[in-house]
Design a protein around this ligand. Structure first.
Ligand SMILES: Cc1cc2nc3c(=O)[nH]c(=O)nc-3n(C[C@H](O)[C@H](O)[C@H](O)COP(=O)(O)OP(=O)(O)OC[C@H]3O[C@@H](n4cnc5c(N)ncnc54)[C@H](O)[C@@H]3O)c2cc1C
Length: 410
């Protein structure tokens, strides 16, 4: 039985791993090594309520600062890890401290993908991953009159909504032909394009960024087609990169993230990994992939803790995610890749509907629910069960959502 467990990273997955280890009865030493200089906090509000100024830092934190010690977790927020010595079973921090482990959990998350073009280091160009970046973004949003957002993924669109609420003029510049192209189907992309347009956002798709312009700070965005967009500030949201370098350097197998099995184990039996930094199996879809979500971080952390403790692994859930934009809450269950039918239940114009994504056999692969928590919850169960339901049943509003499962065939 392990006596000392070291967790690299101090974010969502790391916190859950520590919590679950204690819940499974681990009473040895837990050392959590972070590098942000702050106790673990939730990231989702950084582009939502916190950025809007509706909630305080204290609400983001998973625990009060003094609670970590009371829970017997040695949480060190200024102890970035430089490397892992697998042979000696120890990690070495950037300041040279060596810390031995019986089991190691890597929960290093991911970092923003940076843009590289002329003037990309100008002041006023923001990225959003950390609390410090959210604070800097908020400070500029409160002064600026206009913002250009590069990338129409969830973070770009959430910041667009906040910027409009704060009264800025907003231009979103996207390389793909539609917003959310990497993560959503065309129906949902169209819905969000219309939603943002109705709030006065200028969405420019099929647009390639060439450079930024400005003297001391950014003043405009230059596009490949020669157009220029004036902007007092910029947010770049073009995706994230897994923090897997320390694992790669230690010889742990990584393929676009740290490869883990169904127990969140790496190819080293003493080392686990969880959260954004991993590449995991998704039995439900028969694929391996990287998931970037709270659900994934929590689930893998629980799997790792259970396996270390020899406990029954928790039941896997359908992957899920959410996004808040204006007065719209979108909740997503499952992955729509591979779906051939996209069935709308409800009325899109009411801002309250769900899209059920089915394969050729009418199996529910994913559900995108807009202001429809019932559809999300039931949809999540249908996805997990690979339920087979006809499009006619799904779109029939005379059948209450709770009764949908009863209409599944097989
Ligand atoms: C603005 C924003 C909004 C989001 N909104 C949503 C949402 O609505 N819904 C949703 O499901 N998900 C959302 N996410 C994603 C979600 O927050 C992440 O998937 C989740 O935080 C992943 O948890 P993690 O523990 O893997 O990584 P993190 O929470 O990023 O934690 C990793 C920690 O490890 C640290 N670290 C890295 N390398 C080292 C090292 N060598 N030594 C020590 N520490 C290290 C990092 O600095 C970081 O503190 C959002 C993310 C952001 C940034």
């Amino acid at each position: 039985m392990a006596k000392s467990i070291v967790i690299i990273g101090a974010g969502q997955a790391a916190t859950q791993a520590a919590n679950s280890l204690r819940q499974y009865g681990f009473n040895g030493k837990i050392t959590m090594l972070g590098d942000e200089g702050i106790a673990p906090y939730q990231r989702p509000p950084l582009s939502k309520a916190y950025l809007m100024g509706e909630i305080e830092i204290a609400r983001l934190k998973f625990r009060d600062d003094d609670q970590w010690e009371r829970d017997g977790i040695d949480m060190r927020p200024n102890a970035g890890v430089a490397n892992i010595d697998r042979a000696a079973k120890m990690v070495v921090t950037k300041s040279g401290e060596k810390i031995a482990y019986d089991n190691l959990i890597i929960a290093t998350g991911s970092r923003v993908r940076k843009i590289s073009c002329e003037n990309s280091e100008l002041k006023g160009i923001h990225y959003l991953r950390t609390l410090a970046q959210s604070d800097a973004l908020k400070a500029d949003l409160d002064k600026a009159k206009s913002i250009a957002i590069i990338g129409a993924g969830y973070i770009g669109l959430e910041v667009a909504a906040i910027a409009r609420k704060k009264g800025l003029s907003v231009t979103v510049i996207e390389l793909a032909p539609r917003v959310l192209a990497r993560v959503a189907t065309p129906i949902i992309s169209q819905y969000f394009e219309n939603l943002h347009a109705s709030h006065g956002v200028n969405i420019m798709t099929n647009c390639a960024l060439k450079a930024f312009g400005g003297k001391d700070k950014v003043q405009r965005v230059l596009l490949e087609d020669g157009r220029e967009i004036a902007a007092d500030m910029v947010l770049v949201g073009i995706g994230i990169i897994p923090n897997s370098e320390i694992a790669i350097d230690a010889g742990i197998i990584c393929t676009n993230g740290i490869d883990v099995d169904e127990y969140a184990r790496t190819n080293d039996a003493n080392i686990y990994a969880c959260g954004d930094c991993t590449n995991r199996e998704l039995d439900l879809y028969g694929i391996r992939m990287r998931l970037e979500s709270v659900h994934n971080a929590l689930e893998q952390a629980k799997l790792a803790a259970a396996h270390i403790m020899g406990a029954q692994p928790p039941k896997l859930d359908t992957p899920w995610f959410w996004s808040d934009q204006y007065d719209v809450k979108m909740q997503i269950a499952g992955l729509s890749n591979g779906a051939t039918q996209h069935i709308v239940r409800g009325n899109i114009a009411d801002n309250k509907f769900a899209v059920f994504h089915l394969n050729d056999e009418n199996r529910v692969l994913a559900v995108d629910a807009i202001n429809s928590p019932g559809e999300f919850l039931i949809g999540k169960k249908l996805v997990l069960a690979s339920a087979k339901i006809t499009p006619q049943i799904i779109s029939n509003l005379d059948i209450p959502i709770k009764e949908l499962a009863a209409h599944a065939v097989e």
